[in-house]
Design a protein around this ligand. Structure first.
Ligand code: ADP
Ligand code: MG
Length: 724
């Protein structure tokens, strides 16, 4: 081991579990104490103000300036009592992550003193200096200003000593510059459409809610070893590194005992998250060494997404206390599994019914079938777009890599539900459909299809979009993604499907058909129309790729081209008719995605080139020199040294190849860099620059195998991945 590596490794081994003071109380005593939630609102706002605010939160009624002032006063008092001295508008710009600009609660009072000032006006709206956030050209052409505006549906919270107010971030002309705005619009769209459809079944339903329960995968690495890997530091992933002899082949990590140091981190993280109202519930090891997962109890999608964003920030902070670094990159290490985020999604009514859960009565089950079929219909219709929603330079490594969902979107429903759909499809129109009291699905004279409604336990881990008993689980989302992009497409596509469904059913009813029959008939049509999306087999197999192509599903794998789906005519129409994105917003956002793709690959190419040239080649050459010296000395004694000579030749061949490949890659970058059009540039980076990464790393990884361990300075996989 080189001295540097040894020092880092020693340091890593020295890092012991950090004692976390176990809170004296039960989680219920500190859950949400750092959130201005209902309990706090009741305490710090008078009854009338509290009720107006609640009305705003629940029914979107506008908040008057007087009420905003009163809310701000209560919020400020609560914040000050809980140690806050600053406040900020907390938003989710398109760079990813969250942004905040802190202002002090105190302001000069004009007579030389300070005044504690926080009015309704600053609570509700601000104008952060936003010129360095990406806008995809929106702000350049119009106004440089961007506004952040309070989202009262997501409660304010305190991090460290700052009161954070969740906000949307929009341009002067009203275009969304963030993730939250379109997410809220898409929730409204699907909620309205679903409410209308619910009314076929239950007229008392007034609102449908969208639920999201994310599962977050991540890696932990020791911070000393991390800091000795410039690739991890700068790109979030290892651009080189020979596979460790032992990695995940024994499957001994998954659900195994959590290492003490990690457990201390997790407990600390859970404590911090629970105080912030993030309802964390499960934690466990994942498949790869040093890989873990956590998941909360699901919540309404907007809040759940804020919580996921907040979690990612808190994770980083807590990790430092434990001498860890959190890797949220989708593929930090070659040869072992990458990380994703599973988005569990469902719709539920204000009357407490989960619309994706099989029910007890025939009526409830027809409702369940209606929603289930409309979701898969939507996924079929926009399968390419759904894939675009999770595509990025980093997630591109993971999708289709034989360990994560393929780059083809399909749905898995399980044998029982699939059977029911098949029966509905083939039934002749005169039979009626019903579920008996034992939850057995019956259709006229057809044989019964048993136990649809029992626990749906058959699972298919290879499916990107699986029905799991009472929800759909979208598994192609990247671990570093903002969940919103995926949820926006899904919500909007389902909204469209439900609206069309209602039109088709209403047309039949207008022709004198009975409601149930009309619904049933349309479901049959939909099942037939979207059959191609249903696939219960192995999504990792090569046969599936061929089959999917035959079925006309989107099989594109190149990230820049997958992003084209956002600008397809059908997509632009979809988003604009449901008021989720204007054509201009879509263009701007896709532009930003291409731009980010280019930047990510550009940075990786630079880091890889530098490391190869000023790290790997010199080290290999030094070893080569030692060998040459030995061979020369041996020859002086008349001794043979054939294997050493071979090794020298091999090292020479590989270093020469690395030098050539790095030069070629630089040339390719020069060509790509002068391309004006962002899309074309992204394609060039994908097709002509990124293709060098694997070629170069293969040579480096081979060198790592033969070069003297004592002079190899970069921490190796076997060290990074197994430090506890
Ligand atoms: P698994 O790993 O088996 O998929 P987990 O328990 O890790 O299961 O995660 C399941 C996630 O799904 C949790 O976040 C949970 O809250 C969420 N979930 C459960 N029911 C629903 C639902 N009806 N709608 C949305 N999310 C749900
Ligand atoms: Mg899951």
């Amino acid at each position: 081991m080189s001295l540097l590596r040894f020092k880092m490794f020693e340091k890593a081994l020295d890092h012991k579990p950090v004692e976390v003071k176990a809170p004296a109380q039960n989680p219920s005593d500190y859950f949400g104490v750092m959130v201005f939630g209902r309990t706090q609102m009741r305490k710090y706002l008078n009854k009338q103000i509290y009720e107006s605010l609640l009305d705003t939160i629940e029914n979107n009624t506008p908040l008057s300036a007087d009420i905003a002032d009163a809310v701000a006063a209560g919020m400020r008092q609560w914040a000050l009592e809980n140690g806050a001295d600053h406040y900020c508008h907390w938003f989710q710009p398109l760079t990813g992550g969250t942004a905040e600009k802190h202002d002090s609660f105190s302001e000069p009072d004009g007579t030389g003193g300070m005044l504690e000032e926080f009015s309704g006006k600053v609570l509700v709206q601000q104008e952060p200096d936003a010129s360095s956030f990406p806008s995809g050209g929106i702000r350049n052409t119009f106004e440089a200003r961007g506004y952040s505006a309070w989202d009262p549906t997501s409660p304010a919270f305190i991090v460290d000593t700052t009161l954070c107010i969740p906000t949307v971030f929009i341009s002067y002309t009203g275009e969304a510059l963030d993730y939250k705005t379109p997410l809220l619009r898409s929730i409204t769209a699907v909620s309205n459409a679903a409410t209308e459809v619910c009314r076929y079944f239950d007229r008392s339903v007034e609102r449908v809610k969208v639920f999201l329960g994310w599962e977050q995968e991540y890696f932990l690495v020791d911070d000393a070893l991390w800091s000795a890997r410039p690739d991890l530091v700068q790109t979030g992933r290892t651009l080189m590194g020979h596979e460790s002899a032992k990695n995940q082949q024994l499957d001994d990590h998954y659900f195994g005992a959590i290492p003490q140091r990690v457990l201390a981190f997790m407990r600390d993280l859970e404590y911090e998250c629970l105080k912030l109202g993030i309802p964390l519930k499960t934690r466990h090891n994942e498949v790869a060494p040093n890989q873990f997962e956590l998941a909360p109890i699901y919540e309404e999608a907007n809040l759940a997404n804020d919580h996921n964003q907040l979690l990612m920030t808190v994770m980083g902070k807590v990790a430092t206390r434990h001498h860890f670094r959190v890797l949220l990159h989708e593929k930090p290490f070659k040869g072992i599994n990458g990380s994703g985020k599973h988005n569990n999604w469902s719709l539920g009514t204000d009357t407490g019914v989960n619309l994706l859960k099989p029910g007890r009565t025939a009526f409830e089950n027809l409702q369940f079938m209606t929603f289930l079929v409309n979701v898969i219909y939507a996924v079929h219709r926009h399968n390419g777009l759904l894939k675009a929603s999770v595509m990025s330079a980093s997630n591109e490594h993971r999708l289709g890599a034989g360990e994560a969902p393929p780059t083809i979107i399909s749905t898995f429903l399980g044998t029982q539900i699939s059977e029911v759909l098949d029966k509905i499809e083939s039934a002749n129109g005169n039979e009626d459909i019903r579920f008996d009291s034992k939850n057995v699905f019956r259709m006229g004279g057809l044989t019964q299809i048993p136990s649809l409604l029992l626990d749906n336990t058959d699972r298919n881990r290879t499916s990107p979009f699986a029905f799991t008993g009472n929800r759909f689980e979208f598994r192609a989302v990247g671990s570093s993604d903002n969940c919103a992009d995926a949820m926006i497409v899904l919500n909007t596509a389902v909204a469209e499907a439900l609206i069309d469904f209602r039109k088709r059913v209403d047309a039949r009813i207008a022709n004198g058909e009975k409601k149930d029959k009309a619904i049933f008939e349309i479901l049959r049509e939909l099942i037939r129309e979207c059959k191609a999306i249903r696939f219960d087999g192995n999504g990792y197999s090569d046969e599936w790729r061929k089959e999917a192509e035959r079925r006309g599903l989107d099989c594109e794998t190149s990230a820049p081209l997958v992003l084209d789906r956002y600008l397809d005519k059908e997509s632009v129409e979809l988003f604009s008719k449901l008021n989720v994105y204007t054509a201009k917003e879509l263009e701007a956002r896709t532009e930003i995605k291409w731009e980010q793709y280019v930047k990510k690959i550009q940075i990786e190419a630079r880091v890889l080139g530098e490391l190869a040239m000023n790290h790997i080649v010199p080290i290999a050459s030094r070893y080569e020199d030692i060998l040459l010296d030995k061979v020369w000395k041996m020859s002086q004694l008349g001794m043979q040294s054939k294997s050493d000579t071979e090794l020298i030749k091999l090292i020479q061949r590989r270093t020469a190849l690395i030098q050539k490949l790095v030069n070629d890659m630089i040339e390719a970058r020069k060509v790509a860099n002068v391309i004006e059009n962002t899309r074309t540039k992204a394609i060039a980076y994908h097709d002509t620059v990124a293709i060098y990464f694997d070629k170069i790393r293969t040579e480096i990884d081979k060198l790592e195998e033969v070069v003297d361990d004592q002079i190899w300075t970069l921490p190796k996989y076997r060290e990074i991945l197994f430090v506890k």
